[in-house]
Design a binder for this molecule. Sequence first.
Ligand code: GLY
Ligand code: MN
Ligand code: MN
Length: 352
Amino acid sequence: MRAYIGEVSFDYPARRARLAALLPDHEVHALLVTSPVNVQYLTGLASSNAAVLVRADGSALLATDNRYIDKARTLDVPVVEAPDVAGTLAEPGAGIEAAIMSVATYRRLGEGLVPLGPVVEVLRAAKDDGELELLRTACAITDQAFADISGKIIPGITERDLARLLENRMIELGADKPAFDTIVAAGENGATPHHAPTDRPLRAGDLVTMDFGARYQGYHADMTRTVSLGPPAAWQREVYDLVAQAQRAGRQALAPGAESRDVDAAARTVIEDAGYGDRFRHGLGHGVGLEIHEEPFLGPARTGRLEDRVPITVEPGVYLPGRGGVRIEDTLVTREGGPELFTKTTKELLVL
Ligand code: GLY
Ligand code: MN
Ligand code: MN
């Protein structure tokens, strides 16, 4: 299997029109967008230096430097070449992305600019059909890579080598690159949620947590599985079954209209009721799309309701210092009638 679905095209003017319609609510006549992924979302230009000014009347001007100008001129938006992209487009009364623009740039340009919270990020949360197809493909590559390398999850291979096998296989299967730095955590290292792979070899008796994903045409998959090297001890089976039960509860709570913190609570209470509440200290999940972590976020203090068509992870874990840990993570998408599961690798405890 090698995943190719051809280049997917998007209606960028329609996205800018949706943004423009929101600007009066934020009391600005224009938004100066400087987040590279937000510029990509609104124009189709992927770059490390571009900005787009979108006005409330729907008009827009894109600025980028000489490295990206040829590509920019092929897009359906007026473009200007300028190395100082934000300085070229800034105008009094325009909103800026406060979480993105540096303090130094704001001080330089700040006169009359209006710092705003996430605007484009909120627009990006619900995906269109083309985006969902890219995410489905990214997740299929992720599943297939795991299936292809699973015979190599054996005592003696190191965390680093296993991470590299997963990453290389995803690229062979058509991924742009890994969606994030792959986590492989064996034995006691599994107690650290975001452990960086080391030269520790896997050993019989380890639980091994692998958190990885493919990026495909810019869209990020995210999946975690924990496997047992040899028959699990009683405590390993108990913790695995608990996390699996919590993960199921979290998935079942995903629905358009659900409160973010209620989805988190559906899974968290399962773990708390079993006495492991203080061993699950991160949020339940996050949106995925052009970024690996994006709106919306699921956590005890997260407010807001989920929309329809929102790809999101559900990833409870239990982490026991000195012993190990279990995390199970899927990427799903909210749909009326129940979420669609994108990562399909089994969640039965694999004993390898
Ligand atoms: N792979 C990073 C995360 O699960 O959030
Ligand atoms: Mn992950
Ligand atoms: Mn995740």
